[in-house]
Design a protein. Structure first.
Length: 168
């Protein structure tokens, strides 16, 4: 069931772009800290992508792209996570997520579970292909598909709940 959602697109010359991006970046800094309390919580819950998805879907590609690039870099600089060897792959997936979420939101002008499944599947497929090119390892590229199912479900169902009910 699709629900019409009030979606926005802010430009880089608007203060709102940076305000919303800062909020989603903060979420992407805090949620991984919570998830890393669980052994292997990062690879299982994929927390670095959660608020990027929400920001890009609800507020457009500019907010999403800021969150996609700044979140992994700030997390790495502040906590050492994600580790340097996986930072390029995470950045690639984050950027693909932000652009894909914003595109689907703009085209549909609505939010639904199937639309968010399409966002998550598309960025995972494209991101895994990019990761395979970067690392040369298909096994590494498919790690999210093996261990990150709970995180993908969190992105779909949690993202839907936040977009539909919390961000009015």
């Amino acid at each position: 069931m699709e629900t019409t959602a009030k979606l926005y697109t802010f430009n880089y010359n608007e203060a709102k772009t940076y305000l919303y991006a800062a909020l989603f970046i903060a979420g992407n800094l805090l949620l991984p800290q919570l998830c890393h309390l669980v052994p292997q919580g990062g690879p299982i819950f994929l927390p670095i992508y959660f608020f990027t998805l929400i920001g890009a879907y609800k507020y457009g590609w500019q907010v999403g792209l800021l969150a996609a690039v700044c979140s992994p870099l700030l997390n790495h600089w502040l906590t050492g996570m994600p580790p340097s060897p996986v930072l390029p792959q995470i950045l690639a997936k984050s950027v693909m997520l932000a652009l894909g979420a914003a595109y689907i939101a703009r085209r549909s002008q609505s939010v639904s579970i199937p639309l968010l499944i399409a966002v998550v599947v598309s960025y995972q497929l494209a991101g895994s292909a990019a990761e395979w090119l970067i690392t040369g390892s298909l096994q590494t590229a498919l790690q999210d598909a093996r261990t990150g199912i709970p995180g993908m479900l969190l992105q779909v169902f949690g993202g839907y709940a936040v977009i539909k009910y919390c961000l009015r």
